[in-house]
Design a protein around this ligand. Structure first.
Ligand SMILES: *[C@@H]1O[C@H](CO)[C@@H](O)[C@H](O)[C@H]1NC(C)=O
Ligand SMILES: *[C@@H]1O[C@H](CO)[C@@H](O)[C@H](O)[C@H]1NC(C)=O
Ligand SMILES: *[C@@H]1O[C@H](CO)[C@@H](O)[C@H](O)[C@H]1NC(C)=O
Length: 228
């Protein structure tokens, strides 16, 4: 009897979600990682090109936002959703966030949904639009829970679905503008308030190592998201 109560207690403890964390994020460069993904399908060869991780969702955000379900809902509040009919265009990219996980595949990829969470991203796949890949900083050495996003504005399918000129900065700015819109954002009954802080020095400005040779301004925007 005692045994079963103890078991029940343990299960309960494990099921409780993470409380709000104390750390915004850990700089991947300080842990052998980098602020560029590996877009070549490899796992971090020094000369592999990648996309800038140009937005970070702070580990100090409301804990639910940092879960897979919670992040999808937040992304939906910004006008993104899961890929068209669950189909992937192209292979996954990998990133090393310096957290002890080494190079890992992206967790999810979402696209601009043009106002329809179910099928709107099919339109994005055809006509292009904004797009993000998410990586979670949860390795055993730096378990901040922060989410690192590679955001980019894509061309339409006829143009090979590449990134538009200046598409990394454009994609980041568009996502951030939606996030900090006056009055906040909401999806499926959950309301969010988001603050933004620009950080430089995580990634050099320019096109060195950047896929498609598209230069960036080197700015990473840190978003702190609070569920209201
Ligand atoms: C990463 O994704 C690729 C393509 O889906 C897959 O072949 C590979 O096994 C994945 N690697 C890891 C470490 O999960
Ligand atoms: C860390 O995040 C990855 C990717 O989102 C997930 O698959 C994995 O289960 C997480 N690890 C832990 C220890 O929570
Ligand atoms: C961050 O930098 C971008 C690019 O310079 C700028 O457009 C944006 O307004 C800045 N955002 C904040 C919150 O400072």
């Amino acid at each position: 009897m005692l045994f079963f109560s103890v078991l029940a207690l343990v299960t309960l403890t494990v099921a409780v979600p993470h409380s709000k964390r104390a750390t915004t994020f850990f700089n991947p460069n300080d842990g052998g990682g980098r602020m560029l993904t590996d877009a070549t399908g490899g796992f971090g060869a020094a000369d592999d090109l990648g996309e800038p991780l140009n937005v970070i969702i702070s580990g100090t955000s409301s804990a639910a936002v940092l879960t897979d379900d919670g992040f999808l809902n937040y992304a939906q509040s910004l006008g993104f959703s899961f890929e068209c009919l669950g189909l992937h265009l192209g292979g996954p990219q990998s990133a090393n966030l310096g957290d002890g996980n080494g190079w890992v595949n992206q967790t999810v990829e979402y696209r601009q949904d043009y106002g329809n969470e179910e099928i709107g991203t099919c339109l994005e796949s055809l006509i292009g639009g904004n797009h993000l890949r998410m990586f979670r900083q949860n390795g055993s050495s730096e378990d901040t829970g922060a989410l690192f996003l590679a955001v980019s504005q894509e061309e339409d399918v006829a143009d090979g679905h590449d990134i538009v000129a200046n598409g990394y900065d454009i994609g980041r700015n568009a996502l951030v503008a939606s996030a900090i819109a006056v009055g906040g954002t909401n999806a499926n009954g959950v309301s969010y308030s988001t603050t933004a802080l620009n950080i430089t020095g995580l990634l050099a400005a320019g096109a060195a190592g950047v896929n498609h040779d598209i230069a960036t301004d080197g700015v990473t925007t840190l978003l702190t998201v609070t569920i209201l």
